[in-house]
Design a protein around this ligand. Sequence first.
Ligand code: SAH
Ligand code: SF4
Length: 339
Amino acid sequence: MDEELFGSPSLYALSFQELEELMKDESRYRSRQVWGHLYSKMDLPEEMTDLPLSLRARLKVLLPPALAEVARVDSDAGETTKWSWELRDGARIETVLMRYRDRATVCVSTQAGCAMGCPFCATGQGGFKRNLLCEEILEQVARAWRDLRPERLTNVVFMGMGEPLANYSRVVESIRRLRDDFHLSPRRQSISTVGIVPGILRLATEGLPVTLAVSLHAANDELRNRLVPMNKRYPLASVINACERWVEETGRRLTFEWAMIDGVNDRPQDASELATLAKPLGAHVNCISLNPTPGFGLSPSPPRAIKIFCEKLRSLGVNVTVRSTRGAGGHAACGQLSV
Ligand code: SAH
Ligand code: SF4
């Protein structure tokens, strides 16, 4: 439980032992029942209809939701849903659920805003408000899962608003609780980072087989300093060194993310520089067409340029995928999250 911010827990704050303690004057089986509602059925207290009304009312007071829905937008013919939530202190965050034929992925925020200042990203353009609590991260997963019922959520990506490794302890705690309480293996969880070197090195020692994605976007310091200001603190050589350690320690696949910007990082020499970094690491490259944001004047690479760039990478022995843009119509796509 993480009480420092609000002084009282919310719906997904408690461990099973803490829930038992909170409900110690109820019949013993009630805490097991509530736990099942929260972590198997993803019910809100008003949906726990096999509990006495008085207990439901008590739960609503003792364990209020951390997230209040402000808006919900469905796009891609209902396959993508974006929620805007208001937190208990009025901060706003967003969560995106993507339904596919054989899986469903939720993209969760780890901070309200972001302090990293990448100029092409709407979250970065809006500045930083605060770190999210573990219970606020978990409730995003539960609320998206609730919407999927009776289908099951299969994947969680820490790629929404904020820099996960700048909220390290809450994010790692969330990965563990998703594993233990929601039964979502770390292998089905991905973390995307701008390249916080000490965070990558520490995560490599946690024994959590998550997938790590590093938002590279440029393969030389001169360009990366402009696109990813954190590069001035953790230059490319140190990021790549941390990536080597990650692969050695975890044996897990690494992904490099590359938002394709017309004439900026989509030229043949960008592909060769990127291949030089990705190939020895066996890293997979994920190309994303730049999503337009209000504060960034440059354009996405045209589809033909993306195709040529990817072919060049493949010819240099690098694994590449082009990430489909989900949610662009509902402003739910990568880098468009802002409230
Ligand atoms: N802070 C983390 C995770 C959140 S951003 C990070 O930067 O990795 C998730 C992904 O969206 C990152 O790869 C980020 O670079 C990318 N992104 C941000 N703005 C974008 C935009 N306008 N178009 C395409 N991708 C963008
Ligand atoms: Fe923050 Fe990631 Fe956006 Fe950069 S791209 S500002 S690190 S959320």
